[in-house]
Design a protein around this ligand. Structure first.
Ligand code: TXA
Ligand code: MG
Length: 331
């Protein structure tokens, strides 16, 4: 396994990845959201390797990553005009559309469902790779099932070690949380997962509110135990962070704190067992670092992580969703 640090030096790496994909291999690729584990979407054995590497149940469907919106009708049918408008507006970008599956899409990709999830990623290396390969790749986030998604090549390596043959290093992911998933079937627009495109922006383009709540489709991103670091995560009110951190530290625990900037100050440096990270005030900046922050608490040996939910507007919705799941029930 190897990785190249310079995102621009990629031509030989891209050729190498194309060859690996064509021979049924699995490669880790950068996207603007998080790193993905990519395989040829048209090769069932290659797709099966992804489930095995991730230890992901095969009932959980994968996103088909296409090279441009023009490929859409080869992989989905009955695409409504509203979905085309979203594709034109947000692709390449962190929006995944759930549509009726084209018969060409392998059942292993969709978990046997009649729908397929599709997006065009915005990372230049991912686009070059998919276009050079000439057909779509499936790419779930490059993490073990229920663990944190990786936002740097190093984090992919830490997740899988030599089980992943090659990591295409595209630097740190710009968006930092996974794509927003919207089910566009049956004349409706239903938000299945908040993510890198704010729901408000989608509603503005559609000029209608997104539906939320129950849906017939299975979405493992909706599994309550998901996006978890090794340390236990507790969500508490911002005004209680300092007292709670201190009492846990006095009980001998190492405590990571995602600290809102308005609460930062010299008072936080006194206790060696407390590891504060001041989180950016802008939700977009916070999103781009959230998984890195959580990983760094694990790397620093924290037993517990304290966090408060930010304002849920814009990318704040994705932040709240991921923090709630990180704090969700453990296996
Ligand atoms: O940003 C992203 O979307 C990243 C990057 C690598 O592109 N990928 C990602 O993939 O997050 P994954 O496998 O970790 O999450 C895919 C989500 C899951 O929640 C899955 O259930 C949902 O997409 N999904 C896939 N196919 C679906 C379908 N046919 N209907 C409904 N949801 C689907
Ligand atoms: Mg995932």
């Amino acid at each position: 396994m190897s990785a190249k640090p310079d995102p621009r030096s990629g031509t030989r790496d891209i050729e190498h990845c194309v060859n690996l994909l064509a021979s049924g291999g699995v490669v880790a690729i950068p996207t603007e959201t998080v790193y993905g584990l990519a395989a040829d979407a048209a090769n069932a054995q290659a797709v099966a390797k992804i489930f095995a590497i991730k230890k992901r149940p095969t009932s959980h469907p994968l996103i088909v990553h296409i090279g441009e919106a023009g490929w859409l009708d080869d992989w989905a049918t009955d695409v409504p005009e509203s979905a085309r408008v979203l594709a034109r507006t947000f692709w390449p970008g962190p929006l995944t559309l759930v549509l009726n599956r084209h018969p060409r899409v392998l059942p292993i990709v969709t978990g046997g469902q009649g729908s397929v999830a599709i997006r065009v990623p915005a990372h230049p290396l991912a686009l070059r790779l998919i276009r050079a390969f000439g057909r779509p790749v499936v790419a779930p986030s490059a993490n073990r099932f229920t663990h944190l998604s990786p936002t740097r090549a190093e984090d992919v390596r830490a997740e899988f070690g030599p089980a992943v043959e090659f990591i295409l290093d595209g630097g740190p992911c710009r968006v930092g949380v996974e794509s927003t998933i919207v089910d566009m079937r049956n004349g409706a627009a239903r938000l299945l997962r908040p993510g890198g495109i704010a729901a408000e922006r989608i509603e503005e383009v559609l000029q209608q509110p997104l539906r939320t709540g129950d849906s017939a489709v299975r979405v493992p991103g909706q599994h309550p135990l998901h996006y978890s670091p090794d340390a236990r995560v507790s969500l508490i009110k911002p005004e209680d962070l300092a007292d709670k951190a201190l009492s846990l530290a006095r009980n001998g625990l190492r405590v990571g704190v995602l600290l809102p900037s308005e609460l930062a100050g010299p008072g936080w440096s006194g206790e060696a067992r407390i590891v504060p990270i001041v989180v950016p005030a802008s939700p977009d900046d916070y999103a781009s670092s959230l998984y890195r922050f959580l990983r760094s608490f694990d790397e620093q040996g924290c037993d517990v992580i304290l966090a408060s939910l930010p304002d849920a507007r814009g990318l704040g919705a994705a932040l709240c969703d991921r923090l709630r799941r990180a704090a969700g029930p453990r296996a």
